[in-house]
Structure formats: structure tokens, C-alpha cells
Design a protein around this ligand. Sequence first.
Ligand SMILES: *Cc1c(COP(=O)(O)O)cnc(C)c1O
Length: 222
Amino acid sequence: MAKITENLAQIQANIERAKSRAHAGKPVQIIAVTKEVDVERTEEAIEAGLIHLGENRPEGITTKREAIKHEAQWHFIGSLQTRKVKQVIHQLDFLHSLDRLSLAEEIEKRADRVIKCFVQANVSGEESKHGLAKDEVVPFIRSLADMTKIEVVGLMTMAPNTDNEQVIRDVFRNLKNLQQEVVALQLPYAPCTELSMGMSNDYEIAVEEGATFVRIGTALVG
Ligand SMILES: *Cc1c(COP(=O)(O)O)cnc(C)c1O
């Protein structure tokens, strides 16, 4: 296994190059997706300077948070069953998979503070993917107006698994357009300044298209 510091240096260099190609100025935060690795490797990630960690199962986030005493920002990136909200809501700093009203209502009921949420969109329309259809995103965000525990910090998507770069790029560009639509609404509970998009195979394209959070597992800690 390669050292995380070496992987990270390579990824940071790639991100900087992607930013300069796109003349993008916004900082890009790297979320180390540690869902497939153990506590020790996760600690190595933190020691390498990574502060954002991503898990996709309630058990994963609970176990790691218990074992790891360092300061970190915990991102829940998997789809979240309503009945599991109670278990994880106090463990996470960011939720990347808000995609339905029943989930928002359960968060409203269980959270003891405002939760920073990304609304997940299924831009490509693939059936296997979670998230709201493109034209459901704005109405959904409007429907959250009465929630006091939800802040929509941004939008999240996953690109299809394809070698066709243009298809991937279009998905990311569509998400960026949607985000700007939400920003223009100037909803106090939905600043929506962030874009969570890009994984090991497509983060450079995502950065070129305006990602502010990339979620990287395999290429970083795998
Ligand atoms: C696993 C996962 C990632 C990271 O994927 P890699 O290809 O290993 O970088 C990113 N986002 C989500 C939602 C994931 O489930």
C-alpha cells in the first residue's frame, strides 16, 4: 500500500492543475473516503493532514468516531435509511445524501443542532443511483423552508461509471447550474455554496467544473 502522504501530494498537484486549467479560484476540500479501510489507515489519513473523513454506513462512522480521538470533520456520504437517523445524526458534521422529505423530517425530529446537508441529485437519471431527479431539486429545497435543523450547504452527485469524459463532465456541469439556480433563490436556510462531486476516477473533471468537495477513497487511502 502506498503511503497516504504520497497519494495526497499527487492528488493535490492534480487538483491544482485542474483548477488552473479551469481558472477556478475556490478552494477544493478533499474528503478522505475511509469506508473500505480500518481505523489505523484512517488515523494515517489524519496524520497526513486530512481533516475531512467520509463514511457510508452508520456502523462505519460509529466505530471510527469511537476509536479516533483526533479532531476531524465527519461526512456521511451513503444513502441513509430513515430508521438509522437516530443512530448517526449525533456523529456526523455533514450529510451528503439528503434526498427525500421523510428523511428531512426525521432529522428535524432527532437532531439537537443544525445539520449541514448536501441535497443529492441523480443528474444522469441512472436507475441504480440515489438522489432527486434534476427537476425535483429546487421544489424539494423549497419544501424544507420550515425545517429548523437543516442547512442546505450544497448539492451532491455521483457521475456514471463510464470512460466517456463528456458524459461525466455534463453531469457535473448540470449540477453546477442547478446549484446556481438555488443560490439565486437566496433562501436563508439554503446558501448552497458547495458542490460535492468527483471521486477517484473523475475528480479532476469535477474540479474543472467547480467542485468544492471531492470524495476520494481508492486513489487516496485504498
Ligand atoms: C465510495 C464512495 C466514494 C469514493 O469512491 P472512490 O472511487 O473509491 O474514490 C465517493 N463517494 C461516494 C458516495 C462513495 O460511496
